[in-house]
Design a protein around this ligand. Structure first.
Ligand SMILES: Cc1cc2nc3c(=O)[nH]c(=O)nc-3n(C[C@H](O)[C@H](O)[C@H](O)COP(=O)(O)OP(=O)(O)OC[C@H]3O[C@@H](n4cnc5c(N)ncnc54)[C@H](O)[C@@H]3O)c2cc1C
Length: 414
């Protein structure tokens, strides 16, 4: 088996597989090492609700046959109000989507090794030269990329990331049939992706119902296990308890039954990266982490980071005599901050503020959203400070004080 490549990628998630697709399309020798077996892939890593937008589908050439349901709107719910925004999107079958990325990158020339758990970097002269996997197997590359999501064995060992437990968000989801998708008294969720802000159901986070056709939907919730979660959580309630509580109390699930084998779980860190690369090495996707802190949109972000890393590798490898030093890979940081997560600081701040707010403020927020124009909303969502200020009220002063306290407690989150 070949043990030397232009680029070695650990992890066949959206970030790693997309990076491999782009590099293989440019003619590079690239290998992807994936810990799971190929038979039945993805299993444990089949974790995502996979709600996405057409910008992602078009930018990365994703075919219609991995789409479960096209959607027309995004709905935000609070305990007693809701807000509907017309915005087309798609709910993907995440497993089909992951398999498509593998298949397509293979057709472009990428190699995959399944059952290959990456454990550590191989160091030569203080720089990463390859990786060990499955204990004593080795593979070498001019550039190595960690795309293993929150696992991050290479990025952690190289000191590129410090994924802190207090910034870890956890999520759980089931797929159901028999849901009352247009229940009187609630928003019409046909062809919609709905996100609900309600501490009773997801303290310090949010829950969701993404319509997947007829009376079926993906139903889940997530929260960050710190600050606002501990403020609103119930003693001894696990994430499964919150899920059961929602299913038991929301009348839309009265006649719903779980679809067998359709349970997804996962985690991601909500924090700003301090570093993204070093000599001969880049970290992409949720290893960094790249997902959007506010609404957890990770697929597009992680694929964008994979593309930025591929473009960076290309810019170095195509020139004889140009080494992939940290300095020459710096362009990856520039692309990440410009294209993958612009305004990351402001958006993290907004995230903290949003999940700190009490339930009655969520109801008022829905009413505020109805009166504000789409432009202000889009700008606030992109972290524009003036637009965020327009969403704040005088009564939010205690919230800002809480936020300041929490930021002091959390030290260097931002
Ligand atoms: C419950 C939940 C719901 C979500 N819903 C959405 C949504 O609706 N829309 C959206 O856009 N995003 C969503 N996300 C986020 C999105 O799924 C992630 O941001 C995205 O999957 C991250 O991609 P990635 O390639 O960086 O990492 P991952 O998807 O984590 O992929 C990492 C890959 O690396 C492999 N791996 C791990 N360790 C090793 C190792 N040591 N060696 C080799 N391989 C390894 C894994 O098996 C996996 O295949 C959701 C996440 C969760 C948890």
């Amino acid at each position: 088996m070949n043990d030397r490549y232009d680029v070695v990628i650990a992890g066949a998630g959206p970030a790693g597989a997309q990076c491999a697709r782009d590099l293989a399309a440019r003619g590079y020798d690239v290998v992807v090492l994936e810990t799971e077996a190929e038979d039945g892939f993805p299993r444990q890593s089949n974790k995502s609700t996979a709600g996405t937008f057409h910008s992602m589908m078009a930018a990365f050439g994703i075919p219609d046959d991995v789409v479960m349901q096209y959607t027309d709107s995004v709905v935000l719910e609070s305990p007693t109000e809701h807000f509907v925004r017309d915005q087309t999107g798609a709910v993907l079958e995440f497993a089909d989507f992951k398999r498509y990325l593998v298949r397509d990158s293979r057709e472009k020339g990428a190699e995959y090794r399944f059952d290959a758990r990456v454990t550590a970097p191989i160091m030569e002269n203080g720089e990463i030269a390859g990786v060990t996997y499955n204990g004593d197997e080795e593979v070498y590359g001019d550039i190595v990329i960690d795309a293993t999501g929150p696992n991050a064995p290479l990025a952690k060992e190289l000191g590129v990331v410090d994924l802190e437990r207090e910034n870890q968000a956890i999520g759980i989801e089931y797929e159901f049939e028999g849901i009352d998708i247009d229940r009187p008294g609630f928003a019409d969720l046909r062809d919609a992706m709905m996100l609900r802000l309600d501490h009773e159901i997801a303290p310090g986070g949010y829950s969701w119902i993404f319509h997947t056709g007829e009376d079926t939907a993906k139903v889940g919730l997530c929260y960050i296990q710190n600050g606002s979660h501990s403020q609103y959580s119930r003693d001894d309630f696990t994430i499964d308890d919150y899920m059961s509580h929602w299913l038991d109390t929301d009348p839309r699930f009265q006649d719903a039954t779980r679809i067998e084998g359709k349970q997804h779980r996962g985690s991601a860190h909500i924090q700003e990266p301090t570093q993204l690369h070093t000599d001969r090495f880049m970290a992409i996707g949720d290893t960094v982490p790249s997902l959007d802190p506010l609404w957890g949109e990770g697929i597009n972000k992680c694929m964008q980071s994979g593309r930025a890393a591929a473009a960076t590798a290309d810019s170095v490898l195509k020139h004889d005599g140009v080494e992939p030093t940290a300095e020459n890979l710096e362009v990856y940081d520039t692309l990440w901050h410009r294209d993958v997560a612009p305004n990351a600081k402001n958006r993290l701040l907004m995230t903290q503020l949003l999940y700190l707010a009490p339930n009655d403020r969520y109801d008022r927020l829905m009413r505020d959203l109805q009166r504000l124009d789409d432009d202000t909303l889009a700008k606030a969502n992109n972290g524009d400070p003036l637009a965020i200020a327009r969403l704040l009220e005088l009564e939010d002063a205690p919230l800002l004080v809480d936020l300041a306290k929490q930021r002091l407690d959390l030290g260097s989150l931002l």
